[in-house]
Design a protein around this ligand. Structure first.
Ligand code: 4NP
Length: 166
């Protein structure tokens, strides 16, 4: 890691960990790569539910990301209370998942790590969500990508301001 500084650790969280959070993770990793910050910030994703543990992201999410030139990493996993120790930022895709995570957080330090992902997008109304595309059409997956791209840019701007990222 650069200058021996530990990386900032970010975890994106949705319900199933096959649509929104892997998309947010992939978009953010792509941004880190283009800004040459992959060794300063690391990203992961998880679901509050265990329905899709061990699965690759939804084929519709993979196809939408591929069309924009990047891949989505990872296999589905369920968020664990111990993840609050492993990550500096835990970013919920919607208010329902935020509230589930709030119930899993056992200390004020854990609660301080929790945010709604879209709140980092300065153009979005506070409390905005990344809508679940799972039961809808392909346009929902495009919309998730657009929303994640804007929020990822805002998140990175926040990290640059708050941490010494150069
Ligand atoms: P995600 O979407 O939370 O964005 O990964 C969903 C994926 C699967 C289900 C719900 C939402 N499901 O009910 O299986």
């Amino acid at each position: 890691m650069a200058r021996g500084v530990p990386p900032i650790r970010v975890c994106f969280v949705c319900l199933g960990n096959i649509c929104r959070s892997p998309t947010a993770e992939g978009v953010f990793l792509n941004l880190l790569d283009s800004e040459q910050l992959e060794d300063r910030v690391v990203a992961d994703s998880a679901g509050t539910a265990g329905y899709h543990v061990g699965e690759r992201p939804d084929t519709r999410s993979l196809a939408a990301a591929r069309a924009r030139g990047f891949t989505l990493p990872g296999v589905g996993r369920q968020f664990q209370a111990s993840d609050f120790e492993r990550f500096d930022y835990v970013l919920a895709m919607d208010r329902s998942n935020l509230s589930l995570l709030e119930r899993m957080a056992s200390t004020d330090a854990h609660r301080a790590k929790l945010h709604l992902f879209r709140n980092f997008d300065p153009a979005s109304t506070p409390g905005s969500e990344v809508p679940d595309p799972y039961y809808g059409g392909e346009d929902g997956f495009e919309r998730v990508l657009d929303i994640c791209a804007a929020a990822a840019r805002g998140l990175l701007a926040h990290l640059r301001k708050t941490h010494d990222l150069g």
